[in-house]
Design a protein around this ligand. Structure first.
Ligand SMILES: [Zn+2]
Length: 237
């Protein structure tokens, strides 16, 4: 079985050249064209419809994330926990491991998706321009570097997600404590205007500090950080 993206690989390939091109095999290209069309349902219970390649969330490189996100998250969580406890021994006597594992899993998933999406966009762009393979490889390496593999990007991402996990754990611990009345946002030095506007806002534990009407994964903000690189704090009372 082939899929739609396989035809896209050859769709814009040059039709002429010194040696025979993919277009020299009309039956094969016709087959790919036809086989690439989405198949209508109903789908057997063990299968899912072939995803639409124009869907923004694609591709999912590994169908079942539990195979890799959970083990990766489990591997990362002791380091996150140590880092959290080392940074703030007085704030949080007991960190909830499940929060850390979930957050670490989401972080691993987001980084992986961002890399996959970036590579996919680049390959599609390169194919449509008929770039030569060496140029594509070089440009792709640079792109991956900018989007995911460089120290400052990873540092900001890990720091942001570590803080997100920390404050999520703090809220959970506060809710379990039973006697905590609420929470307050504390702006960081030199923060952005959006964060400054939240300063000293005092809310009940479940209320969000901010809700982005545009939606998205981080639209509801129940605790810092508000954005990547945000260094704001939260206090409970
Ligand atoms: Zn902030």
């Amino acid at each position: 079985m082939t899929n739609r993206r396989m035809y896209e690989l050859i769709e814009n390939a040059p039709k002429t050249g010194k040696s025979p091109t993919i277009w020299a095999w009309p039956q094969l290209t016709e087959y790919l064209k036809t086989a690439a069309q989405p198949v209508a349902g109903p789908w057997p219970p063990h299968q899912e419809p072939r995803p639409d390649p124009t869907d923004e969330d694609l591709p999912v490189a590994v169908p079942d994330q539990n195979h890799w996100v959970k083990p990766l998250a489990n591997a990362v969580s002791p380091y996150l926990t140590t880092a959290m406890l080392r940074g703030r021994p007085n704030h949080l006597p007991s960190m909830d491991q499940s929060v850390v594992v979930d957050e670490a899993g989401l972080l691993a998933d987001r980084i992986a998706r961002s890399v996959v999406r970036s590579v996919r966009e680049h390959v599609e762009g390169a194919l449509s321009l008929n770039m030569n393979p060496d140029a594509v490889k070089g440009a792709m390496a640079i792109r991956i570097w900018h989007r995911a593999a460089n120290k400052s990007y990873l540092k900001t991402t890990v720091q942001t997600e570590l803080r997100r996990a920390y404050f999520a754990g703090m809220l959970l611990a506060a809710a379990r404590h039973g006697r905590v009345k609420g929470k307050a946002w504390l702006k960081s030095e030199g923060c952005c205007q959006k964060c400054a506007d939240l300063h000293d806002r005092r809310l009940s534990l479940p209320s969000p500090f901010f809700v982005d009407p545009a939606g998205g994964d981080f639209a509801v903000v129940p605790h810092p950080p508000l954005h990547p690189g945000c260094l704001c704090e939260m206090e409970i009372f």
